[in-house]
Ligand binder design. Structure first.
Ligand code: NAD
Length: 346
């Protein structure tokens, strides 16, 4: 892969390749943009099949963080890091200290946080050698309840447009993935009288949702094709593509999963099908709003966080209106909106 060419394509400011043989550390830190402020984005720990895969992932994810942070109204840029290797074998305090020193060497240009396979404990260990970390348990902690709160707000905003009222009472919501965010979301929806259909590869969490929220359990295939008002993907990314969105029987898609649409064409097709898509990074920004609150001075106020997360309602409406005005899909409208914020600041 031609690295500079790829940086050019995505518009990155800096890519840092990291190696510490003594602990088996191999990582890539990608700073996509610091136009709005220091770049914030988590560290993903993954046993990538190749270094090219790792580079591709970090370039794409860090660009996504620029858009998410900008659209959420944060004075933060976008970045991300990937550690390459098997987390089970490599994780240790000295390993994360070695990694943290590289983050420190960037002098605050990049702040890290939790992501796939990095836990609160790992982040705490990194914070022993650098202050450029957010989401440590002593301050903002677990982002998932805030993410679920934001998804719920976005659903209400979408419902006001699609169903003429932002009440979710009596609406059927099909949720794929009952993990940290999915479970909190189920709880919020059940409280307001929504009907739930659920699927997770882990039958234990499905059973919990059935027992606690009176949810109906469906199969892996059914969750994508079941009759519902809202489909809420809260598991993996790249789930929906132009080949499978035609099978959806919902009127709206709104979930926490990052990069849930394979590409912009999928967003266009949802639009053509009359399914309102609420863009992932607008909807799921609650978590980053929560940990972004600590930057740069470590101060944290949960009331301010909740107020900022609740603004996802207005941002969602803004994106829907923009899409209607420009006659483009909400997917494209969100990108225009977020890049517009960065470009005006530049
Ligand atoms: P999690 O790991 O706690 O939960 C994910 C759940 O999805 C698990 O219960 C898992 O069993 C299930 N799952 C995995 N593959 C599945 C499949 N094919 N079908 C059905 N279920 C499947 O993760 P989370 O923190 O709840 O995050 C959920 C999604 O939201 C992820 O895509 C994550 O990147 C995104 N997200 C999370 C946050 C946050 O604050 N946690 C913030 C922004 C975005």
């Amino acid at each position: 892969m031609k690295v500079i060419q790829e940086m050019n394509r995505y518009g990155h400011e800096q890519i840092v390749f990291v190696q510490d043989k003594s602990v088996g550390l191999k990582a890539i830190i990608a700073v996509h943009s610091t136009v709005l402020g220091p770049a914030l984005g988590g560290t993903r720990f993954w046993n990538y099949a190749s270094e090219e895969d790792a580079l591709f992932d970090v370039l794409r994810l860090s660009r996504g963080m620029t858009l998410k942070n900008a659209a959420a109204g944060l004075k933060l840029g976008g970045g991300k890091a990937v550690i390459i290797g098997d987390p089970q074998q490599l994780k240790s305090r000295v390993f994360f200290h070695a990694y943290g020193k590289y983050i420190n060497s960037l002098g605050g240009k990049y702040y890290t946080a939790e992501d796939v396979n990095t836990s609160a404990t790992d982040i705490s260990q990194i914070s022993e050698v650098t202050k450029y970390v957010s989401g440590i348990p002593e301050t903002s902690g677990n982002p998932s309840p805030f993410t679920a709160r934001g998804v719920f707000m976005a659903m209400q905003a979408g419902a006001s447009v699609k169903f003429g009222s932002d009440s979710l009472a009596g609406k059927t919501v099909a949720i794929q993935g009952i993990g940290s965010v999915g479970y909190e979301l189920c709880s919020r929806l059940a409280k307001v009288g929504a009907k739930l259909k659920v699927y997770d590869i882990n039958p234990v969490v499905v059973e919990k949702a059935v027992t606690e929220f009176d949810a109906i359990a469906v199969t892996a295939d059914e969750i994508l094709t079941t009759d519902c008002d809202i489909f809420s993907p809260c598991a993996m990314g790249a789930l929906l593509n132009t080949g499978n969105v035609g099978s959806l029987k919902c009127k709206m898609v709104a979930g926490a999963a990052n990069n849930v649409l394979l590409d912009a064409e999928t967003g266009d097709k949802l639009d053509t099908l009359g399914i309102l898509y609420l863009p992932d990074y607008i909807v799921n920004a609650g978590g980053v709003i929560n940990c972004g609150m600590e930057i740069p001075d470590g101060k944290y106020d949960v009331d301010l966080v909740n107020a900022q997360v609740d603004k996802i309602y207005d941002t969602t409406l803004k994106i829907i209106n923009l899409a209607q005005t420009k006659n483009v899909s909400t997917y494209r409208a969100a990108d225009d909106y977020a890049f517009g914020i960065v470009e005006s600041a530049r």
